[in-house]
Design a protein around this ligand. Sequence first.
Ligand code: ADP
Ligand code: MG
Length: 243
Amino acid sequence: MIKIQNLHKSFGNNPVLRGIDLEISQGEVVVIIGPSGSGKSTLLRCLNYLEAPDQGTIEINGFQVDAEKARKQEIRNIRKASAMVFQSYNLFKNKTALENITEALITVKKMSKAEAQLAGDALLTQVGLLEKRDQYPSRLSGGQQQRIGIARAMAVNPHVILFDEPTSALDPELVGEVLSVIRSLAEKHMTMIIVTHEMSFARDVADRVIFMDHGAIIEQGSPEEIFCAPKHERTQRFLKQII
Ligand code: ADP
Ligand code: MG
């Protein structure tokens, strides 16, 4: 369903993605691990076209874009195919939990307010926060804000959800509730790409684990293969440092 070919991105003369090739099937949960600065966030941001890649092609569910001759409409289609969940939630502070979720439904999907609220309530229920629907983000814990962030991402019915370290800004006691929402999406076969440092979660939820270093995919395999028997010396070194 997702096919990335030869994706390159530099910032100035700093090559951050050096030819990423990646195919992901419908319903697959892919976890990306790797050292800080290895290009994980940039890869997700390029997939969502928050950053324009320099070279390569991205295909998501039939929508295609070639970085070197990308048309505006193609970029729009690729952006709509995925949704991002950020480390820092990025909720609208002046909107309630419900309004954060319904915003895109009303402005982008052109739903009526009533229709959007119905969809919003269903999503709030799914992340276990229906009783917080009328609260502003400042009244919610970090874990609750991130669960709203996930509901907001799901609202637009993306083909894939991209998570960039969704729990790393949270106090340790709030990590579990966010991971369990992500786990419930995995059980529903939502296609997801998750950058995380939560190795036990990665082991538990991933169909495939990818190790990135210096802008390249160094090694990939099942969680057992990567965590129990990493082949590449750089993967071994990375795992030793963090476990
Ligand atoms: P990771 O998420 O794996 O920690 P990033 O993708 O954030 O890595 O960053 C990879 C490299 O790209 C780093 O060297 C970082 O400094 C650089 N970088 C990321 N975003 C920008 C940007 N907007 N402008 C300049 N350099 C950037
Ligand atoms: Mg990052």
